[in-house]
Design a protein around this ligand. Structure first.
Ligand SMILES: NC(=O)c1ccc[n+]([C@@H]2O[C@H](COP(=O)([O-])OP(=O)(O)OC[C@H]3O[C@@H](n4cnc5c(N)ncnc54)[C@H](O)[C@@H]3O)[C@@H](O)[C@H]2O)c1
Length: 373
């Protein structure tokens, strides 16, 4: 078990454990009488018994949403808020988001806004939500114009990561989580923690068995450690700039084009797969802007080899115009253009405001010459 503390506007603990035994450490944090466990149908079908016997003196309610990005919307939000109100949830009651990033983002936005804020716990069940979305306090729903356009910064009360829940993830969702982990290879303070070899090993470990239950010794340790390393990297950035006015933007590495592609694919590409592709675009744009193109050739070639090893492929192709139109509707735009994270010649992440016409030219260049590394 590893316990980490996030010192944001709210101080909270993150426990990473193998099994649910350590969850009891958080029981005193549940005030009030009522708990809503928000989950999706896939997670509910697999783990409907998970919280049985955990809360002995509370009214526990379940709300099950259909799985997938389509549920992260205002209609679903309103239905759940009405459910909370009809069941007399008060401000001292709690909501647990038990699922992946969709459940977490929607649940977090509900917790932030229902009665202007109730206790919010996350129990992530995907690799992506374990390494990324469960920590940091970004909550949101999508609207037809774009992804995550309505949301709030709202830190959880506590985060419980049970790695044994990841055993049932389909390969596609494991790859999706690996997409977010790959990001740290380029932006982390300790990039060695995110070597390709370690990332390959994580994939093998999670996919090594689909049985419920704990991992064997070393396997669980590797998984616990890399999740913890990713959370440490994210925590340091969130603590420095919780509301993303500066340095937190580096966490968006690969996301500007990634989000655009995710939407253009109609969410057929998972979030992490789209980010993995977005990273490739970011590396290629970094190369265009670099004085040391040879170094980038090497990095791009290693990155592509890693994607191949991880079996992360992209069959779709979008025009620079389509990508730019999708980028435009992203909330990360500002007057001068888009804040785009590149890797500079010291191989450190750097935020550059790039006008959209310029970004379109760079993407066009990538399309024409392919920059195959
Ligand atoms: N708030 C943030 O900081 C942040 C960061 C990154 C991503 N996100 C958001 O997270 C979302 C993506 O999250 P995600 O990839 O976890 O998607 P998700 O929540 O849709 O989960 C992916 C799929 O895995 C299934 N699943 C979940 N846990 C499972 C388990 N243990 N076993 C088997 N199946 C399981 C789900 O039912 C779903 O079908 C996007 O909406 C993205 O915008 C938010």
């Amino acid at each position: 078990m590893i316990k980490q503390t996030v010192n944001a506007s709210k101080k909270y603990d993150v426990i990473i454990s193998d099994g649910k035994k350590d969850f009891k450490a958080f029981l005193p944090l549940f005030g009030g009488k009522n708990i809503l466990i928000l989950t999706d149908d896939n997670v509910f079908n697999l783990y409907k018994d998970y919280f049985d016997g955990v809360f002995t003196d509370k009214n526990v309610y379940y709300y099950v949403i259909p799985h997938g990005e389509e549920s992260k919307n205002l209609t679903e939000y309103a239905k759940i808020a009405e459910f909370l109100a009809k069941n007399n949830f008060t401000r001292s009651d709690s909501l647990i988001a038990f699922g992946g990033g969709v459940t977490g983002d929607l649940g977090g936005f509900l917790a932030a806004t229902y009665l202007r804020g109730i206790n919010f716990f996350t129990v992530p069940t995907t690799l992506l939500s374990a390494v990324d979305s469960s920590v940091g306090g970004k909550t949101a729903v999508n609207i037809s114009v774009g992804k995550n356009l309505c949301g709030a910064f709202y830190q959880p009360t506590a985060v419980y990561i049970d790695i044994s829940l990841l055993k049932t993830l389909p390969e596609r969702e494991v790859k999706s989580g690996l997409g977010e982990i790959l990001k740290y290879k380029f932006i982390a303070k300790s990039p060695a923690n995110f070597s390709y070899e370690r990332i390959f090993a994580v994939k093998t470990v999670i996919l090594s068995g689909t049985e419920h239950g704990s991992f064997a010794g070393n396997e669980g340790e590797l998984l616990t450690r890399i999740i913890s390393d990713a959370i440490s990297e994210k925590t340091a950035v969130v603590e420095a700039d919780e509301r993303e006015s500066g340095v937190r933007k580096i966490l968006n590495f690969g996301h500007t084009v990634g989000h655009a592609i995710e939407r253009l694919s109609d969410f057929k590409l998972s979030h992490g797969e789209a980010v993995a592709k977005g990273i490739l675009y970011s590396l290629r744009i970094s190369k265009i802007l670099s004085e040391n193109k040879k170094k980038f050739d090497n990095e791009i070639s290693l990155y592509k080899k890693a994607l191949k090893e991880l079996k992360i492929y992209f069959s779709d192709d979008f025009t620079p115009k389509e990508i730019i139109a999708a980028v435009k509707s992203d909330k990360k735009m500002n007057d001068g253009g888009v804040d785009f994270v590149i890797i500079n010649d010291d191989f450190k992440p750097e935020i550059k405001t790039i006008p959209l016409t310029e970004l379109e030219n760079y993407i066009g260049l990538i399309k024409e010459t392919r920059y195959e590394g």
